[in-house]
Design a protein around this ligand. Structure first.
Ligand code: GDP
Length: 478
């Protein structure tokens, strides 16, 4: 536990220079951005004649993580679906086409709003919620922040193009999240469309289609000609039924931020997906490092609503700041508590940035292996050519001991991208680059999240490093 000098000064409403002077008197030399430990901070606070009130992790966890006693009945909730796939295979088209199947879509009133998620009501009365933020980066970025929002992934594969690099990436993201996959084979209207070829290709990624004796359901669709959309929705509902998705509606809301932005005239606006309970106008909440009181709720057609239950996406007005996609959203009883938690998290986040930057995750992995806490080392491997990818994969497989093995989250040919970083980060893994570099976005992201990217040009060096980690004999890095 630590606090920076600047933060401490702020919280006491004293000048940082005065705090620094007071520290000097105690023999502690610190600059404004440096962190001091809690005991030293306490002495400073006393020195200034302030009252001490430490908020411990336990307090915050108590308030947040202990769910309010809920005695209501759990009811079935709508599945939440993310659409993923290779660029140009038709994710956006499919999301638009599915949206148009909403029985309320034709009704007058309410213009389609893109708030990052929408809900479709089928003629049967069943509902499906779609996250309208295509791309696995969004999916994994959310998961990385602890938001397990998606129940089902719909993998779009264009029938005329088959499985492509980002399809593989999507498959690996979904697998890492342990979310069931439904395959939508799109563009079947096109000349040269070959759905069976796409299916055969799936086999190479251990997705076995139903008609080949497996459990992966493939639905042939055309987003353009609107073919097979109902079949796809039926399949989603069937899968949802097997998952037995339930939530208690009669409770304070908890959910996740899907999207958030600062808008002129409206302030901070967040799209929240309610995961349990019911969110109401007037509710006080914390969303990540921000808090607020719900001033208004708008649905995906821009209509004002009074409340939103489980699996309902809703735009929330009344935030004090802009949270991040994937932040947890929790309704609390009183405002001072909400403020305190938001405050606390902001401070903690600043401190964490220090510690993360100071420590590579390969070292962290090593520590874990040494302590017998890790059973696998998650890695993402990017190489210049297929041959080296295969050689590295095979060599890493052989390193497995009884206690620990390398788990390849994703292996592909090409430079290191942001998507690789989110995947590694969400599982506490590292990235191994063989004769490839990371693009600037990926580098920034990796630095921010403390994800280790290791570059190699000799396979032996790469294997040797991983061997050291596995055997618990990592040589210290110079
Ligand atoms: P995304 O990059 O995955 O979001 O793909 P888009 O939805 O933007 O689609 C890429 C292109 O494929 C666009 O030109 C679409 O019109 C076209 N497209 C999408 N679905 C279909 C389809 O079912 N049939 C045909 N023929 N074209 C499609």
């Amino acid at each position: 536990e630590a606090i920076t000098v600047g933060d401490l000064a702020n919280r006491m409403a004293e000048r940082a220079t005065d705090v620094i002077k007071s520290l000097m008197k105690m023999g502690v030399m610190a600059t404004v951005n440096q962190a001091i430990d809690a005991d030293t901070a306490e002495l400073v606070v006393e020195e200034f004649g302030h009252r001490i009130k430490r908020v411990s992790d336990a307090d915050v966890e108590d308030a947040l993580l202990k769910p309010v006693e809920v005695d209501g009945d759990a009811v079935t909730r709508a599945p939440v679906v993310t659409v993923m796939g290779h660029v140009d295979h038709g994710k956006t088209s499919l999301l638009d086409a599915l949206r148009a199947t909403d029985i309320a879509a034709g009704e007058a009133g309410g213009i389609t709003q893109h708030i990052g998620a929408y809900q479709v009501t089928m003629s049967s009365g069943d509902k499906i919620t779609f996250l309208d933020t295509p791309g696995h980066a969004a999916f994994t970025a959310m998961r990385q922040r602890g938001a397990e929002v998606t129940d089902i992934v719909v993998l779009v594969v264009a029938a005329d193009d088959g499985i492509q690099p980002q399809t593989v990436e999507a498959i690996n993201h979904a697998k890492a999240a342990e979310v069931p996959i439904i395959v939508a084979i799109n563009k079947i209207d096109k000349e040269g469309a070959d759905p069976s070829k796409a299916k055969t290709q799936l086999l190479e990624h251990s997705l076995v289609p139903e008609d080949m004796g497996g459990d992966v359901i493939c639905v042939e669709v055309s987003a353009l000609k609107r073919i097979g959309l109902e079949a796809l929705e039926e399949t989603i509902l069937l899968q949802a039924e097997m998952l037995e998705l339930k939530a208690v509606p009669d409770a304070p809301a908890r959910g996740a931020v899907v999207e958030a932005k600062l808008e002129v005239g409206r302030g901070s606006v967040a799209t929240v997906l309610v995961q349990s309970g019911t969110l109401k106008v007037g509710d006080i909440f914390v969303a990540g490092q921000e808090w607020g009181r719900v001033r208004a709720l708008l649905d995906d057609r821009g209509r004002q609503i009074q409340e939103a239950g489980p699996s309902v996406p809703v735009e929330v007005l009344g935030l004090q700041g802009t949270p991040s996609a994937g932040d947890e959203f929790i309704v609390l009883q009183d405002e001072s508590r909400a403020r305190e938690i938001a405050d606390y998290r902001q401070r903690k986040n600043r401190e964490q940035q220090f510690t993360i930057a100071a420590r590579g995750t390969l070292e962290q992995m090593f520590e874990k292996v040494k302590a017998g806490e890790a059973e696998q080392l998650p890695v993402v491997i990017k190489t210049d050519v297929q041959g080296s990818l295969e050689a590295i994969t095979a060599a890493l497989d052989k390193l497995a001991t009884d206690e620990v093995k390398v788990r390849i989250l994703h292996g592909a040919v090409g430079g290191i991208t942001e998507s690789d970083v989110t995947l590694a980060s969400s599982t506490g893994g590292i990235i191994l680059g063989f004769n490839v570099r990371a693009n600037p976005q990926a580098r920034d992201h990796a630095r921010r999240d403390g994800v280790d990217i290791r570059y190699y040009s000799i396979i032996y060096d790469l294997i040797d490093d991983m061997k050291s980690v596995l055997s618990g004999m990592l040589a210290p890095e110079e």
